[in-house]
Design a binder for this molecule. Structure first.
Ligand code: GN1
Ligand code: MG
Length: 380
């Protein structure tokens, strides 16, 4: 319900001048000349704002979904901690000549605050747009795959010395698969889903995989995998490529930068990169995990990440890939059962379809387990 209310608020904002006023809070001396919905985020509302000024020509305006991020001030605080760290790191340890890497900047609202709360209590913030860059929902070429891996590796490398204790946990339980499973059991017990072959497939799929949900949390509890600072949502459309050189130049969407396991990130990057039909496809039955792309993305990743990965890290890479695909399917299916209250949807079965895509991808990962494990072994 809350999500629906938020949707309605957004729609009314788009048809009124209220959005222009909000954008104006972050526009400095510039005048807002255009505002367009931007990107394909499932949680926050995002707009691209164009100004008539020579300085910041455009910026990204976002309304944070406070049903999901309950303490948005902490999200902003983490963003500051992260940004300052990366700026310093790049000064001490500059990139090779010719390499470009940019961190999105938080733009200040009037009164020098890094967010703006409007008259309805909605939480807004603005972020610089990485100029001359673009992202894609699916991999376009082998070179693109290499850049995706490189970007995640670069991102992890730049924060490999940022102690995760310096960041707040802004989304408790995020990527803790056993907790998603517990929530699923609660939702399922209270729901009465419409019976269909697809729903039955999902129910059976989860039933068959309950034991695997604990694999990363167990390894963490055993001290095999350390908490580190992670991105949290490194799907491929959060990686920006220079429009001219096609090289990865930034990772955006920093809301979930917080303590976690690098395996959540590696798994998320690969489940999104190696599914050539994309996570929004209708053709869920033909979804597969492309092992060659997996190899290329991992090569790109390790070109940057090799120095800080341990033997245990390598040992759990396959588990991370399988688990995060399964977990995302579980999260979508749970939300379908709960009545679509977390992820934005375009139609009532949208989350069911998304779950089917991720479950089919998980099956394809499982079917190619030994090939993936051989690739990882060959890279150690
Ligand atoms: C959500 O809103 P967006 O698209 O950046 C979700 C991710 C999922 C992703 C799937 C905070 O991210 O965990 O992987 O959808 N973010 C949150 O597309 O739950
Ligand atoms: Mg995100």
């Amino acid at each position: 319900m809350a999500q629906n209310t938020n949707r309605m608020i957004q729609n009314s904002l788009q048809t009124s001048s209220a959005l222009t006023d909000i954008a104006g809070q972050f526009a400095g001396q510039g005048k807002v000349i255009d505002i367009q919905p931007f990107g394909s985020g499932n949680i926050n509302d995002t707009f691209l704002v164009t100004l008539n000024s020579l300085g910041e020509a455009c910026f990204v305006l976002q309304r944070i979904n406070t049903q999901v991020f309950r303490q948005p001030e902490l999200v902003m605080q983490n963003m500051r901690t992260f940004t300052e760290h990366v700026f310093q790191r790049l000064q001490c340890d500059p990139l090779s000549p010719g390499c470009r890497w940019q961190v999105p900047r938080v733009l200040l609202a009037r009164g020098d605050r890094d967010y703006w709360v409007d008259g309805d209590g909605l939480f807004w913030r603005a972020i610089s747009f990485i100029e001359g860059s673009q992202s894609f929902d699916t991999i376009q070429s082998t070179e693109h795959a290499k850049e995706i891996g490189y970007a995640l590796g670069m991102f992890h490398r730049l924060i490999s010395d940022l102690p995760s204790e310096q960041l707040a946990d802004t989304l408790e339980g995020f990527h803790i698969t056993p907790q998603y499973l517990k929530h699923y059991d609660t939702v399922l017990a209270q729901s009465d889903p419409k019976q269909s072959a697809e729903v039955n497939y999902c129910l059976q799929f989860v039933r068959d995989r309950k034991v695997l949900a604990h694999v990363l949390e167990t390894a963490k509890a055993q001290g095999k995998l350390p908490l580190r600072t992670i991105h949290g949502d490194p799907k491929i459309n959060n990686i920006m490529l220079d429009m001219v050189t096609q090289q990865a130049v930034s990772m955006i969407d920093l809301d979930t930068v917080k303590p976690g396991l690098v395996h959540y990130d590696i798994g998320d990057c690969l489940r999104s990169g190696c599914n050539l039909l994309g996570e929004e496809t209708d053709e869920w039955e033909t979804v597969r995990f492309d092992v060659d792309l997996c190899q290329t993305i991992l090569e790109g990743y390790l070109s940057q990440a090799r120095d800080f990965l341990t033997d245990y890290d390598y040992e759990y890479i396959y588990d991370g890939i399988r688990l995060i695909a399964f977990e995302l399917g579980l999260r979508f299916f749970t939300d379908y059962l709960a009545g679509n209250i977390y992820f934005k949807v375009k139609h009532p079965d949208h989350n069911l379809l998304r779950a089917l895509v991720q479950f089919r991808l998980t099956e394809s990962i499982e079917a190619q387990a030994s090939a993936i494990q051989t690739i990882v072994k060959g890279m150690r």
